[in-house]
Design a protein around this ligand. Structure first.
Ligand code: UTP
Length: 297
């Protein structure tokens, strides 16, 4: 029997060093894309996929994430007394149901695999999703929902993948495929982290969305540190792949890696362009910046 995907882990314990000094006191996940923090986009994607419970794996200086998903009594009281009903509705819409979130601490940033392992007791013995919160995905249908639909037919483990230009494969985790399941999905036979240029087994990169079976926790608990002195999730997934099926899904949509500056700025432009009023101001500005970058100063 295929067990439903009810829970998701969002690991937010990283240091965010690529965004210092912005991330000295503010978590990377709270930087804004247009008018919402990055983490809100990812929580919305999970909820649109039917996720009932979100486990945040946090670290030091991340309490503001917990506050963001809580009631802000004083603010909401003031909004009520000023009849700001639209703003109040927006806050309510963005708030998860009471009791549908958990927060656990990764006491030291020992790697993504270790962060996931820290959520083992809250997840228990059921399959679950992982959403890396620095990647946000612009799509008609929630990327995780597309993955859950594939999982509900195939079971096993599912990894979201996206095409990258051949000359960039050495920057990413890349999958090797075997049998095709349908036009967007295949079985995965191997995964390679940052393959040497010209040696990648495909042009499909791992995008930061996973559905995994709970047996991964046992493997993570036995795993020693790998690349960069960290406990890597990929190493345990490769071991699990010897016993369980892994499927790739080339989702419909586009990812933005907000963990790096170019991806973060691109996401702001892409999501900003969705608002016709903003687009009206942004388009002439971007034209000006391209044609005469210095004149815009
Ligand atoms: P990154 O590799 O982007 O690391 O982690 P980082 O610390 O967030 O950022 P930089 O590289 O220093 O700028 C990918 C995801 O895994 C989480 C991060 O929070 C991020 O969502 N992570 C990483 C943890 O939760 N714990 C870790 O020990 C490492």
């Amino acid at each position: 029997m295929i067990k439903p995907i009810r829970k998701a882990i969002l690991p937010v314990a990283g240091l965010g060093t690529r965004f210092l000094p912005a991330t000295k006191a503010v978590p990377k996940e709270m930087l804004t894309i247009v008018d919402r923090p990055i983490i809100q986009y990812v929580v919305d994607e999970a909820r649109a996929a039917g996720i009932e419970h979100i486990v945040f794996v946090t670290g030091r200086n991340k309490h503001v994430i917990e506050d963001h998903f809580d009631i802000a009594y004083e603010l909401e009281d003031t909004l009520k007394s000023r009849n700001k009903s639209a703003a109040l509705e927006l806050l309510e819409k963005n708030r998860p149901l009471p009791g549908s979130t958990s927060f656990t601490r990764q006491q030291a940033p020992l790697g993504l695999g270790h962060a996931i392992w820290c959520a083992r007791d809250i997840i228990g013995d059921e399959p679950f999703a992982i959403l890396l919160p620095d990647v946000i995905i612009k799509s008609q249908t929630s990327c995780l929902k597309q993955m859950v639909d594939l999982y509900n037919n195939e079971g096993g483990n599912v990894i979201a993948v996206e095409e990258v230009p051949e000359d960039q494969t050495h920057q990413y985790g890349i999958v090797e495929l075997s049998d095709q399941i349908n036009s967007n999905a295949s079985r995965i036979s191997n995964m390679v982290e940052k393959p040497e240029p010209g040696t990648a087994p495909s042009n499909l990169m791992i995008t930061g969305r996973y559905i995994l079976q709970p047996e991964i926790f046992d493997l993570l608990s036995k795993q020693s540190t790998g690349a960069g002195g960290e406990i890597q999730l990929t190493d345990s997934m490769l071991t699990l792949m010897k016993e369980q099926s892994f499927s790739s899904l080339t989702f419909k949509g586009r990812s933005y890696d907000c963990g790096n500056k170019a991806g973060f700025l691109s996401a702001n432009i892409a999501f900003g362009m969705d608002d016709p009023k903003l687009a009206e101001e942004l388009v002439p500005f971007m034209r000006e910046m391209i044609d005469q970058p210095l004149a815009a100063e």
